[in-house]
Design a protein around this ligand. Structure first.
Ligand SMILES: Cc1ncc(COP(=O)(O)O)c(C=O)c1O
Length: 438
């Protein structure tokens, strides 16, 4: 529906438009950021070296509980170098014109942002997508075990913690150990989230063999951009530092023995991050309040929130999401870039809710479209708890088999989760959602 049609709809009578945009998740600045940016400029460290970089590497490694943190230009850069390190460890150094994963398969999270798993392709590997479980919306250990039965030669897993909720790492690490597989952990969305591993609480970003976080503008804290590689291995940290600065050797001239990248973080960006780090816990607390307010405010509707296991994890609640019960789904269809939905009393759909809150000035988003459904990866293998997730439909059988990712995408949406949204503004979003079901 168009904005005008929505605003004319009697169901929404009496609800006021927001006087400013309510964001999905936008930067929340506190003032300290300016101080450290000014410090970089005043001291002329306007480069990819400087005190802000040293300081954020120290502070983040202390916060997360790892020995080394290497500041990079983006979470994607961290993921690329983490994936390359894993490839080199497993399969040896590659020629300059070849990726370290050439001809190799890698098990990957399916419901995630594509930056998690694109580095597998950068390194010439083949991503095999693993379906999602319903308890945390992350990689399903049962499907992963199935994938190892089908492809026993695989030795690398790339996984993300969706929307700040830790996945089932205890189970996944056991499976990885049993199959001598390495893990690249994408904690881009989950900085500050905790997980209970073997009875001990640890931070996401320490759960893989190679770990990454992001300071993108929409993340729990931001530098406008930026990312980090986290590790306990000095050798790996040194290697990532080297690769990220064009792989320069210690010669008086530019000497190169390995392919390099320009991936190091800027000292200006690091200044913004330095100003944000003291507020990380405050941001998490605000996100948790938002999640709880939605949970209570939507409790009388046929919907549920993005789930987590409180015994095993404490998410950072980066994004609050909701899933519409199957019986309350109004008819809707999606093409590759557009969608069509019908209104149906007592029911609704992600499209209707997102269009409606947008008409009032609030931003939401569909649940991330699974990688196995993305046109670019449609020819890649996909494994569910039932085994091969491709080619299951048939003119003679009903249904298409298990596909949890597709189901979450069909029925789920991310709600406005901005730290700066007031309780009144959030209540208005909740009220609009209620009216969608009328
Ligand atoms: C799960 C996930 N992985 C990786 C990234 C990439 O991080 P960056 O934008 O810092 O490159 C993002 C978000 O941007 C993300 O949400």
């Amino acid at each position: 529906m168009t904005k005008e049609e929505i605003l004319r709809d009697p169901r929404f009578k009496g609800i006021e438009l927001f006087d400013h945009r309510i964001w999905l998740s936008s930067p929340t600045m506190h003032g300290d950021e300016q101080r450290w940016v000014d410090d970089a400029i005043a001291t002329n460290w306007v480069s990819t070296v400087g005190r802000n970089i040293d300081e954020i590497e120290k502070q983040i490694s202390e916060y997360v509980g790892c020995r080394y943190a290497v500041g990079l230009s983006a979470g994607t850069a961290a993921l690329h170098l983490a994936t390359k390190l894993a490839g080199e460890k497993l399969y040896g150094q590659a020629r300059p014109n070849e990726g370290t994963l050439a001809g190799k398969k890698v098990f990957c999270s399916d419901v995630t942002f594509d930056a998690s798993i694109n580095p597998v392709a950068y390194e010439d590997g083949e991503a095999i997508f693993i379906d999602t479980e319903r308890d945390t919306w992350n990689m399903d250990p049962v499907a992963l075990e199935k994938a190892f039965e089908m492809y026993p030669d695989v030795h690398l897993i790339v996984l993300a913690h969706l929307y700040g909720t830790p996945g089932k790492m205890e189970e996944i690490k056991k499976i990885a150990d049993a199959h001598r597989a390495l893990i690249v952990e994408d904690a881009a969305e989950s900085l500050g989230a905790k997980y209970r591993l073997g009875g001990k609480w640890v931070e996401t970003g320490t759960l893989g063999d190679y770990n990454c976080i992001s300071f993108n503008g929409n993340k729990i804290i931001t530098g406008s951009a930026g990312g980090m590689f986290l590790t306990d291995s000095k050798e790996d940290a040194d290697k990532v530092r080297k690769w990220s600065t064009q792989s320069r050797e210690a010669a008086p001239w530019y000497q190169h023995e390995e392919i390099g990248y320009n991936y190091r973080i800027s000292n200006i960006v690091a200044g913004v991050i330095r100003g944000q780090i003291p507020y990380l816990d405050e941001h998490i607390a605000a996100k948790k309040r938002i999640y709880e307010r939605y949970r209570k405010g939507l409790a009388d509707l046929p919907v549920s929130m993005n789930p987590y296991d409180p015994e095993k994890s404490e998410p950072n609640f980066w994004l609050s999401c909701m899933l519409i019960d199957e019986k309350a789904m109004a008819p809707h269809v999606r093409g590759e870039q557009d969608e069509l939905y019908a209104h149906c009393s007592g029911k609704s759909s992600p499209g209707e809710i997102l269009d409606t809150i947008a008409a009032f000035g609030a931003e939401g988003r569909p649940v991330w479209k699974p990688m196995h459904m993305q046109p670019i990866y449609r020819t890649h293998k996909y494994v569910t708890t039932e085994g091969n997730g491709r080619g299951r439909s048939n003119a003679y059988i009903k249904g298409t088999g298990v596909d949890v990712g597709a189901d979450l995408f069909r029925r789920g949406l991310c709600l406005p989760s901005d730290n700066k949204m007031t309780a009144e503004e959030q209540d208005r979003v909740i009220e609009i959602i209620h009216r969608c079901f009328r």
